[in-house]
Design a protein around this ligand. Sequence first.
Ligand code: TXA
Ligand code: MG
Length: 320
Amino acid sequence: MSADISTDLDRAARLLREGEVVAIPTETVYGLAANALNADAVVKIFEVKNRPHFDPLIVHVASIEDAKKITIDFNEKAQLLADAFWPGPLTLVLKKKNSVPDLVTSGLDSVGIRMPQHPTTLALLRSLDFPLAAPSANPFGYISPTSAQHVADQLGDKIPFILEGGACRVGIESTIIDLTTDTPVILRMGGISAEDITACIGPVRVNTSSSSSPQAPGMLISHYAPRKKFVVGDLDNLIEIHRNKKIAVLSFSRTYPAQINKVLSPTSDLHEAAKNLFAYMRELDTMDHEVIIAEFVPEIGIGLAINDKLRRASADIASH
Ligand code: TXA
Ligand code: MG
C-alpha cells in the first residue's frame, strides 16, 4: 500500500465510515484518525503506530455539543475553557460515557477531547456522525508530523489515505488539562500556555512528570525522539565538547559557526519556533552528521512546551 495524499474530503469521510484509518491535518500536528466509537477501527490506529495500549487517544469533535455527547460531566471549567480556546490546541480530560470504547481511553473512565482548529478537518468532522480518535500520525516515540509528507515518509505504506491540509500552524501538540479533579491538572504543555489557562479558570496544578506507564500522554520520558544522538544545553559549550565530531546545531534565534545550523526563529518568536521545531528536528535527523546539539528557548508561554519536547527528545540517547 502507498497512501494517496489529496484534499478529497469525501474520500476521507468514506474511508472513515468504512472503519479505515486516515491521516488528518490539524493546527498542531497531523493525526492518525479512526471512528472513535468503533473499537475495530480504533485498534488499527494502535497497529499502524505500533503504540502500546496503555497510552490513551485524544478524541476530536466538531463542536462543544459533540463533546457533551461523549462525556458525563462537561463542567463549568470545561465550558469556560472550550468557549475560550476551541477550536484550538487544548485537550480537556473529562469523565467519559460508556459509548467511548475502553480501547480509546486505555481503560480509564475519562476521555481526552478537543475541537481542532483546521478548516479541512472541521469540515470532515461535521460531515461525519461520529467523533475521530486520533493520536499524532508518527510511529510511537518518534517526532510528530507537521506536514502530509512527514506522514507519508513514515506511515505511507501502512495507511490508505492522507488528507492534505498544508503545514501545521502551531507545530506542537495540544496542551492537555485534566478537569476531573477539584483543582485542574495540566498533564502536557502544548499550544495553549499555562498562563492563558490560569487567566481563564484560575489556579491549576502542573503535573507533566514522566513515567514509563503514563497516566498522561506523550509523557513517556523519551518521546519526540530523533534517531540520531540529540543533546540540549549551552551551545557554545556543546560545540566545544563535540569539536571533533560532525555536528548539526539547532538554535533558537542566533546563528552558530557549524556546518549545519537550523535557526528556529531568527526574530526570537516562540510561536515561529514551535511551528518549525519538529520539521527541523526531522530534517536534521536525516542529514549526515553524528550529533544534533540544541539549546533551550526562553521558559515563557509556549516556550515551556518547546523545552519539554527538547528535553524528551534528548532523554534516552542510550536506547536508540
Ligand atoms: O495536538 C494533539 O493533541 C494531537 C493532534 C493530532 O490532535 N494529538 C496528540 O495525540 O498529540 P497523542 O496520542 O500523540 O497524545 C495524546 C495524549 C496521549 O499520550 C494520552 O496519554 C493523553 O493524550 N490522553 C488521552 N486521553 C487521556 C486521558 N483520559 N487521561 C489522561 N491523558 C490522556
Ligand atoms: Mg504523539
